[in-house]
Design a protein around this ligand. Structure first.
Ligand code: NA7
Length: 534
């Protein structure tokens, strides 16, 4: 094989399509029994994308975007999975995808990579591309007693395909990130009781999901060139630009009206309605106050409302969830909230969850909406060994180091789609993925022509790490101490700001400059020359 690609989600499928078109021999190895990546695994009740359907999709083929019909403003898990299945068939990708193959290790040998799966089967390739996703390594809390829990427990990112019948049952859900906030209203509808264990209160904005009419779909399809232009021009791959209104210059009533309008429109776009919300503390405080007021207005019980009100981080410094009736759900008689920051979970008993105070909550079903070992977890879950047998785990012991999030010093001819240090999770993912895939494809064409190896230089990595830190420091993002952007949700994980916060548009330009100037940060060297130090 010229290229092995690990993962068959948005990234792996498009990578395979591009490689085929360029005449490379390529294969995708996928651990799951189907394509879809994130959207294969995340089947929990309420699983839905927070980007809108008309732009949470590929842009590489105008025919594809004209053909596909989205049914709702935000696509549900099953619909996105269906879309990716369609793409797989439409471009005849399936014959080069091996499903049910979990990669255990990838070892640099001679001029290429030896990739070994968990069954011990080896495959060799010249270039290795990881398309393993940013949020695919489930983070299950290491709680004493979990193995002896008498009920059933599930992580939302590993939800059983046949579903979980919670009808009439006592359900406990841990975690109030985007996932928990999506799942709570749906679980509450059929559970006998639902107890939500909240560690960090979260802001959330109504999604305002709704079916898409034929007329709306037709208008979007007619407008796709402009949608795509805006996506490329924006800082995070969404097809709208950040407002140029200085909210603090507005009289109180006009500012309130601006927030109300953004609230009524709903979704992640709220953030874009508030200029400088992620860089000016006073602007952020004003928007955060508006969102806190909304919680108080929505939740009937004042004590519950107060517990649900975030006070320890500015709005959007953690990934802001959007919801369909989340805060309203706490007005249901069968739903209770437990503050596990005040009274932490200490263990799982056969009958439920025990807190530090000794209080025990009796549960039949335990749901961990506890997120992921983000960005680095999926890569470090594979034993990747570069030049001289150096393990990626060791190279990244103090946090990930990459050049542009695309490659790692010491690991020649390895390319990491949406790797740490790239904008990835701060963007609309398909936009970031397409940019990475296209960039990698161009580089591979050059490497095939010249016979060179590509391996980031330590100097380039160092410079890029400084840029990533600098970009984060120019925002309020590092202020959220418990953010998974910082790796803070996984005990023992180094605290390093993981994605590049300098904007997708600027990042794209930086990558284009790298290519146009002959890939100086990728230390291209003739094939056969064994090491950079040689
Ligand atoms: P997140 O956003 O990481 O949320 C996980 C939630 O689980 C969050 O509220 C955590 O609290 C909580 N958590 C994690 N571990 C524990 C333990 N041990 N005890 C109690 N509570 C815990 O993951 P999601 O799946 O919701 O969303 C991930 C992304 O997917 C999302 O941002 C979108 O990009 C799509 P914490 O805040 O760490 O105190």
């Amino acid at each position: 094989m010229d290229v092995l690609v690990i993962g068959a989600g948005f990234a792996g499928l498009y990578m395979l399509h591009r490689l085929r078109g360029l005449g490379f021999t390529a294969r995708v190895l996928e651990a799951a029994d189907g394509v879809g990546g994130t959207w294969y695994w995340n089947r929990y009740p309420g699983a839905r994308c927070d980007s809108e359907s008309y732009y949470y999709c590929y842009s590489f083929d105008p025919e594809l975007e004209q053909e596909w019909r989205w049914s709702e403003r935000y696509p549900g898990q099953e619909e996105i999975r269906g879309y990716l299945e369609h793409v797989t068939d439409r471009y005849d990708l399936r014959r080069d995808i091996e499903l049910g193959v979990r990669v255990a290790s990838a070892v640099r040998e001679d001029d290429g990579w030896v990739v070994t799966d968990t069954e011990g089967r080896e495959r060799r390739c010249r270039w290795l591309v990881t398309a393993v996703g940013c949020l695919s390594a489930a983070n299950v809390p290491d709680l004493a007693g979990l193995a002896d829990f008498a009920g059933e427990w599930h992580h939302t990112g590993r939800w059983p395909h046949e579903g979980v019948d919670v009808t009439g049952k006592r359900v406990g859900l841990v975690g109030t990130g985007s996932t928990g906030i999506q799942a709570v209203p749906v679980l509450a509808e059929s559970a006998g009781s639902l107890t939500v264990f909240q560690r960090t209160a979260n802001y959330s904005i109504p999604a305002r999901n709704a079916p898409l009419s034929e007329a709306e779909m037709a208008a979007t399809k007619a407008d796709y060139p402009e949608v795509r232009r805006l996506q490329r021009a924006s800082t995070n791959g969404h097809p709208y630009l950040v407002s140029d209104v200085d909210v603090l210059d507005l009289p109180d009533d006009e500012r309130r009206a601006l927030y109300e309008k953004a609230w009524d429109r709903g979704g992640l776009r709220f953030r874009a309605a508030v200029k400088d919300v992620l860089s000016d503390p006073a602007v952020n405080a004003s928007a955060s106050d508006f969102l806190r007021d909304k919680i108080r207005e929505t939740v009937a019980d004042p004590e519950t409302a107060e517990t649900l009100t975030p006070r320890d981080h500015p709005f959007a410094t953690k990934r802001p969830p959007i919801d369909s009736g989340y805060f309203e759900t706490y007005n249901r008689p069968n739903v209770a909230l437990v503050d596990v920051k005040a009274d932490p979970i200490t263990s799982v008993t056969p009958g439920g969850l025990r807190l530090e105070s000794g209080v025990e909550h009796e549960l039949d079903v335990l749901v961990f909406a506890t997120g992921f070992d983000a960005l680095t977890g999926p890569l470090l879950g594979i034993d990747i060994r570069g030049r001289d047998g150096v393990a990626l785990r060791d190279a990244w012991a103090d946090g990930p180091r990459t050049h542009l999030g695309l490659g790692v010093a010491g690991f020649p001819d390895l390319f990491t789609i949406t790797g740490p240090g790239s904008p990835s999770v701060l963007t609309n993912m398909p936009t970031a993925i397409e940019q990475h895939v296209d960039w990698i494809a161009d580089l591979l064409v050059r490497l095939r022509e010249t016979g060179e190896h590509a391996e980031p230089t330590p100097e380039a990595e160092e410079e890029w790490a400084a840029r990533v830190q600098e970009a984060a420091d120019a925002t309020l993002l590092p202020q959220a101490a418990s953010s998974w952007y910082l790796g803070a949700n996984v005990p023992g994980k180094p605290r390093v700001f993981l994605p590049f916060a300098g904007g997708m548009n600027h990042y794209r330009q930086r990558c284009d400059d790298e290519a146009a100037s002959g890939y100086p940060g990728f230390g291209l060297r003739p094939r056969g020359e064994s090491a950079r130090s040689a």
